[in-house]
Design a binder for this molecule. Sequence first.
Ligand code: ADP
Ligand code: MG
Length: 549
Amino acid sequence: NPAPEQHEFSAEVGRLLDLVVHALYSDREIFLRELVANAADATDRRRFEALTDAGRALPDGAKIRIDPDKPARQLTISDDGAGMTRDEMVKNLGTIARSGTRAFGQAINAGGAADADKPDERPSLIGQFGVGFYAAFMVADRVEVTSRRAGEADAWCWSSSGQGNFTIAPATREAPGTDIVLHIKSDADEFLEPYRLESIVRKWADHITWPITIQRDGNEVAANEGTALWRKPKSEITEEALTEFYQHLGHSFDKPWATLHWRAEGTLEFAAMLFIPSMRPFEPVESVRESRVRLHVRRMFITDEAELLPPFLRFVQGVVDTEDLPLNVSREMLQSTPVLARIRKAVTNRVISELRTRAKDAESYAGFWSNFGPVLKEGLWEDFEHRAELAGLARFHSTHEPKALTSLADYVSRMKPEQDAIYYLVGDNEDALAGSPQLEGFRARGIEVLLLSDPVDAFWPDRLDKFEEKSLRSVTQGLADLSRHAIENAPEADATDVTALVAALKEALGEDVSDVRSTDRLVSSAVVLSASQSGPDLQLQRMMRRSGQ
Ligand code: ADP
Ligand code: MG
């Protein structure tokens, strides 16, 4: 054999390798995600090439093999994919060919001084988006790639310790495909443990559709599910499989209350499988505000931080898998690409329309509402775009029928002919609300009042302002004027007495109140606190005081 040829890495690769070698321990496991992804890509490529060149056809049972060899401290990842020629190796493994990695490198370089202060943040970028093949050097002090291009007879071996240069030499390989041999670093023993490798595959590559196997105690064990469930036609998916997948996603034990599975085709291509839990999760939905729906690109998991749904739908779990982004999409790209914005919109609308359908089954919807209604109501406050739709989906307790839920539309249908507003009372808990003297005048006149006891209820009615042309009005505000509504058989009040009492109270309370007035709102109680015409409602005032404002 001739001596191996020496090649220099491009300057960009050199910089990237510096970074990779100093990656945080917690990020290192993603090297396997990258290498398995490459193996799957190469296998896909070969299948595609075989469409026009039968000489490159995949062997039966094509798969990706992961083989740890503890005594030799070697980890080998093999595939039956398209392989690489000598020139392809020099180009693909010696320079940064792909745009994703380049964007990553540029972001790091552009970060410059800022990054120097926070060196720890650079590696976690690696963890999120990957640096492709070079991730191998996080766990290996030498990497050998032996590859034979499908349709060719000769094989080549690329070898490097990740420091400035690599060598290329002729090699032999019985069949086309690629073996990546990692000489595992002395502090990376864990990556020689079959169980550890298995858990990494499950976490990051479970949905690669080629079989992935791991050598364990002399046996070849299947390591991935191998099916992207959401990519299967509905008719092939059993309910058990759905439930299992849902439980795996959210670490939950219940069955989903709703399952949405659809494919968007045309200008936007994605498959989505989303679930609404039937139980509140153990971790309070208040603790994390961002949606954790997983973004996949061509089946590969990319991130669960793409915020594919607005915060008011953060209880929805699942996967969105698109064809419209590159596999190595960078953080910058995720933030700026119009593709994600369009996917977000489509997915959000789909969930809202599902809720609208499911709301027709009042009993089942009440269960959903008691779990996630308070979250959904946050959208009434903060989401201008969906406010009107959410108002239609919201359900409330009211004085109409204790314990039952009502929609705003049903409330409106029960309004008195002369009634011009939707009345509500906000407080800390429902029982206290139901007994509040604020309601006396309304009860006496048969006017329904919504009883609102979630924290967000202090805020959204102002924002929503109107529903079906009817204003929303707090019963504690001065504007809640009941004079136009008569009470049947009401006793005559003595107007002179009241005027004298009001004057006396004003004098006694002085600066503590802005006004004292007679009211139609009381029937059996003598006095009630009221908020001013235009200012915040009483509950909001209480909350502001509590938070020291
Ligand atoms: P990316 O996968 O985004 O292209 P990588 O750094 O992961 O970037 O890989 C660089 C290139 O090396 C790939 O595009 C591919 O051409 C080649 N390559 C890597 N691994 C394999 C493999 N197992 N089989 C064939 N080609 C490979
Ligand atoms: Mg890759």
